[in-house]
Design a protein around this ligand. Structure first.
Ligand SMILES: [Mn+2]
Length: 321
């Protein structure tokens, strides 16, 4: 595996490539062309410039996240929930969602961004949310699934030719919010998608923080089922409070959250996973001011922890031979 960190580009991110490199644990960068609108063509020059910028900083361009094929919206209801130790975390509460209309939620999120703008959440785009909901009014799960399969089948010849791995990110959270359809949210639904386009280049991003939002999803069984089809992993813990639908993104450490991080890293290793891993969102600690979830310090701690787990799992497997 290659340890990576998501980077929002020098115009958006508070973290620099130089800082990421100095973490020592992180060797790869996950980024994208952030100013591209859905459907806009990426020129070869733009792609090569992005690659060069990362390589000039002594790092490797490990993957693209995300390609803007849709106005995907991610939902956390609080961006700065305070914990006892003074750190802040991203958190989600279904009660909050149920009592809110989407537009108000976007307003409250806008005020909570530490002055940063998260790509995809620009005010101009948020103003289009109404149109987006209207667009999805007649799209149910079956229709969305058919559209996805059509898209994947159409791009597979190009993926085969250039050996490009597609890695769809799961719905987050793994249940329907605001009545929008959810099709990548459980082991069963994942299997259906993998079987519909049975090509190894049609793979998934194993995002613990998303599949894990539904405690009925068995993370280890899902990793085993997806053997050979996981091309990217977001490895992160969650802590559930008060039932199943209120959680916060805890520290990566197993003992701080609900999941056994060792078991997940071990399952990834045993499935033959060789792709990039990123620590995903971090808490905001040590007074850092950054895009919620994307500060440097706690993600660096997460990267170090996951590298430690990986080394341990790998050495134990080799010793057992
Ligand atoms: Mn994720």
């Amino acid at each position: 595996m290659e340890m990576t960190m998501r980077w929002y580009g020098k115009d958006h991110d508070t973290v620099t490539l130089e800082q990421i490199r100095q973490s020592c644990y992180v060797k790869g960068i996950i980024t994208t062309l952030y100013d591209k609108m859905p459907g806009e063509v990426w020129t070869l020059d733009e792609i090569m410039a992005m690659k060069k910028e990362v390589e000039d900083a002594g790092l490797h361009l490990a993957g693209i996240e995300s390609v803007n094929v849709s106005d995907a919206i991610k939902t956390r209801t609080e961006l700065e929930r305070k914990r006892d130790d003074g750190s802040t975390v991203l958190a989600y509460s279904q009660d909050t969602i149920d009592s809110m209309d989407p537009e108000k939620m976007f307003d409250s999120i806008k005020n909570d961004m530490n002055g940063t703008v998260m790509p995809g959440w620009e005010p101009e785009r948020m103003e289009k949310v109404k149109e987006l909901f209207a667009l999805y009014k007649d799209v149910d799960e079956e229709k969305l699934f058919d559209n996805l399969v059509y898209f994947l089948k159409a791009i597979m010849p190009v993926c085969d030719k250039y050996d490009i791995n597609m890695a769809i990110h799961p719905d987050d959270p793994s249940w329907s919010v605001f009545g929008l359809p959810r099709i990548i949210s459980s082991q069963e639904k994942l299997k259906r998608m993998m079987d519909a386009v049975p090509n190894k280049h049609n793979g998934v991003t194993f995002c613990m923080g998303s599949y894990g939002t539904n405690l009925n999803n068995d993370l280890i069984a899902t990793i085993k089922m997806l053997k050979g089809r996981i091309h990217f992993a977001h490895v992160r813990n969650l802590r559930f409070n008060d039932g199943m639908r209120d959680f916060e993104e805890s520290a990566h450490l197993s003992s701080d959250g609900t999941f056994d991080m060792y078991a997940v890293v071990k399952a990834l290793y045993e499935s033959g996973f060789e792709g990039p891993i990123r620590p995903d969102h971090g808490r905001m600690i040590w007074g850092e001011k950054a895009m919620p979830g994307y500060g440097l310090y706690d993600r660096a701690l997460g990267a170090a922890y996951i590298c430690g787990l990986w080394e341990s799992v790998e050495k134990q497997a080799k010793e057992a031979k």
